[in-house]
Design a protein. Structure first.
Length: 598
């Protein structure tokens, strides 16, 4: 099949914006808990009425500070209650939110704030404030910087005390569906992040249709979701807006150090995560079982869960013997695993990178179904996902209702729909390249089956996506590392892996000089020196220089020095010296595996 679509389940309001949701919730569900806030280590409920009041209070402060309709306001923070409050406060002031990853380097902060023309920034910590301050000289348009940990919300509330609720609501109504809601910067192959302009319509179409199609997962007053993904990421933003739209209770976690305890305390019915989270739960459970001398039981239980799930997809279903084994292991193993995930949840949604068929069947087999989806920043997160009642494990599901997926002649996945971004901020050339005749060219290769389920089989573009869902543009760090005299070539790896690594070749001419200067034989080669501590320390300095240009999540954590060069003759590079990544990855597969061993 070359094209597939589903009819829309939700009609986007033509004259509204996302702030309408919080006023609607306060009117229709005044006493329903729409958010959970952690206070002194305990979760407390925030009702729809309370949330509207707190959003208005912060919005008043922004208006008092001179924020005008259409102004861009940067928000740099971990995932916490204040992120959601301030995001809606920025919208209520008629402004546009510009998320910044809390791990971003000062160089990235300067580019995002400068390119977006942000007039104000709200940061979380002193470290974030220092990053902004270090580049403030290059940001003449930046007027205000507030710090959450230094009382930003209280400061804004106090500053706006003289502004009425009616004045806020009037300002909030200035934005219409087709006006920008946010500019989310995503990695680009040129090295400079590109600002994806997502409108209020984009989020309405995305979240409205997703909530309708996954309705049993979004029951008001019954369901809840714990968000521990970065709110600066479009996937985290989808969770935020969808929860408010439903509404269901949303809890925010700034880190996952005590994730198990927080899941047990919050007890979500729905978990949104990336494959790495589900891999860690599985690996931790298996390691604990082995440490307790129950490794064989766990492995048998896992095998049974996978077999049971696979049988669910067959006409005859699980055999009697398989059902009996499954019931036994449910008491011995599966129930305990579900308890680790909070005890109430039956579903999770995974995105950002492929989950893998084995884990998909394992989780469905233990009674906790992980619905895999696919999307990009440009598609306002999920553009395809597995429906709760018609899951096909191994695919990323059917298109978002109201949208179209088309497979081009060269296999590229093309998208069409109201959820798409309107273009790249200040970058008409990139916009024209990505959007043609209303179709977004994803750069990904895929197929559609006879039921319209999409499978992603490859990637035309060079962006890597780690197992944690982080998009990494290789060019930025590779260019920096390659600038070191000792380095000939560098290729960043990490697609679907837990962290970013690198394959590095050494400049043969400089290596001879370096070897001599460090007391090595003049005929020393990369093969004889690749494990030399002094040489590795020098390469590490080059890697550190590259890491300085990117966030922690994008930085190279391990590298391998290769014994031979990337050559045109071997097909590793083109005549214009561009890396053929697929060829390098194939020829040096063992070296890549060595990076991730252990």
């Amino acid at each position: 099949m070359r094209e597939f679509s589903l009819p829309a389940l939700y009609e986007v309001p033509s004259d509204g914006n996302l702030t309408d949701l919080i006023r609607r919730n306060a009117a229709q569900h005044p006493d329903v808990a729409v958010l959970g806030r952690k206070v002194a280590g305990a979760w407390t409920d925030v009702t729809a009425t309370q949330f509207l009041a707190e959003v208005r209070a912060a919005a008043k402060g922004l208006i008092a500070a001179g924020i005008q309709p259409g102004d861009r306001v940067a928000l740099m923070s971990r995932t916490r209650f204040e992120w959601v409050q301030l995001d809606f406060a920025i919208w209520s002031a008629g402004a546009v939110t510009v998320p910044v990853y809390e791990t971003s380097s000062a160089e990235q902060v300067q580019w995002i704030l400068g390119d977006s023309g942000a007039v104000a920034a709200i940061v979380e910590t002193a470290e974030h404030a220092a990053s902004v301050e270090s580049v403030r000289g290059g940001l003449p348009g930046l007027r205000n910087v507030w710090r959450i940990d230094d009382g930003a919300v209280a400061e804004l509330t106090s500053a706006g005390a003289g502004i009425t609720d009616a004045a806020v609501d009037e300002r909030a109504a200035t934005a219409k569906a087709d006006d920008p809601a946010t500019i989310v910067y995503t990695s680009g192959t040129t090295g400079r992040p590109k600002g994806c302009v997502l409108t209020h319509r984009s989020f309405f179409a995305e979240c409205g249709n997703a909530v309708e199609r996954l309705n049993p997962l979004f029951r008001t007053g019954e369901c809840s979701v714990l968000l521990f993904l970065p709110a600066a990421h479009v996937f985290g933003r989808l969770v935020e807006v969808a929860a408010v739209m439903a509404p269901i209770k949303l809890g925010c976690l700034p880190d996952i150090k005590n994730l198990t305890d927080d899941l047990a305390a919050f007890r979500p019915t729905l978990i949104l995560g990336v494959p790495r989270v589900f891999e860690k739960v599985y690996n931790s459970a298996r390691a604990k079982a082995q440490a307790d001398g129950k490794g064989r039981i766990f492995d048998k239980a896992a095998h049974t869960a996978i077999a049971y799930s696979r049988a669910l997809s067959t006409p005859r279903g699980p055999s009697l013997g398989l059902r009996i084994r499954h019931k036994i292991f449910d008491k011995l193993v599966y129930g305990k695993l579900r308890a680790v995930l909070g005890g109430r949840g039956e579903y999770a949604i995974s995105g950002g990178a492929p989950l893998g068929e084995r884990l998909g069947h394992f989780y469905r087999g233990i009674g906790f179904t992980v619905l895999e989806g696919y999307g990009l920043t440009e598609s306002c997160a999920a553009t395809a996902f597995n429906p709760w009642d018609r899951q096909k494990i191994g695919t990323v599901g059917q298109p978002l209702p109201g949208s179209v997926v088309r497979i081009a002649d060269d296999g590229e996945v093309l998208l069409h729909g109201e959820h798409l971004f309107t273009g790249y901020w200040n970058n008409p050339e990139a916009t024209a390249e990505a959007l043609a005749d209303g179709w977004f060219h994803t750069g990904d290769i895929g197929t559609l089956d006879e039921d319209g389920y999409l499978s992603i089989t490859g990637r035309k573009k060079e962006i890597l996506v780690t197992a944690g869902g982080k998009n990494v543009a290789p060019a930025v760090i590779e260019d920096r590392i390659r600038a070191h005299a000792l380095i000939a070539e560098c290729m960043v790896v990490g697609d679907g892996r837990p962290f970013v690594g690198a394959l590095i070749t050494l400049d043969e001419e400089f290596l001879t000089r370096w070897a001599k200067d460090h007391g090595n034989p003049s005929d020393a080669t990369a093969a004889t020196l690749r494990l030399d501590p002094e040489l590795l320390a020098e390469v590490q300095r080059a890697v550190d220089e590259g890491n300085a240009a990117v966030s922690k999540a994008e930085s190279v954590r391990k590298f391998r020095v290769l014994t031979r060069q990337f050559t045109e003759e071997a097909g590793h590079i083109t005549p214009s010296m561009k890396l053929k990544r697929n060829v390098v990855a194939k020829d040096f597969a063992d070296e890549i595996e060595a990076i991730y061993q252990g």
